[in-house]
Design a binder for this molecule. Structure first.
Ligand SMILES: [Zn+2]
Length: 127
């Protein structure tokens, strides 16, 4: 009896109303695919953003240990935003946490305007 139902459905598909029905199915499928693509893009972007956020220097605990300010420049020049944009300098300042001296460099993405703070441990930098 199941095959009878399937045949009836198959026969109905040849009707003009079913052509519209098929278009609807394709439409829904296209939307579904679009949502999946968007979702995976967002997931990738978040993953990239988290990877960038967890880079060395993102917090005082993961501060980049340097012996000269020249090394700081090298690190900052090598950095890019999670979106791939170029990071411009947005100032820097000293900070002291638990007896260690840090230099915090601020950067801002020229494309998405995301702000970054990069911590450098400058306790050993000679003056
Ligand atoms: Zn960016």
């Amino acid at each position: 009896m199941h095959s009878g139902v399937v045949n009836a459905v198959a026969d109905e598909r040849r009707g003009p109303e079913d052509l519209a029905g098929m278009t609807g199915v394709f439409f829904v499928a296209a939307i579904t695919v679009a949502l999946i693509v968007l979702g995976s893009r967002r997931w990738r972007r978040n993953r990239l953003r988290n990877a960038v956020r967890n880079r060395p220097g993102s917090t005082p605990a993961s501060a980049i240990f340097i012996r000269s300010y020249g090394e700081m420049e090298d690190h900052l020049n090598g950095r890019r935003c999670h979106c791939g944009g170029y990071l411009e300098r947005a100032g820097e300042g000293p900070r002291e946490v638990d007896g260690r001296r840090y230099r915090v460099a601020r950067q801002r993405c020229q494309d998405c305007e995301e702000d970054y703070a990069v911590f450098f441990d400058v306790t050993e930098v000679l003056h």
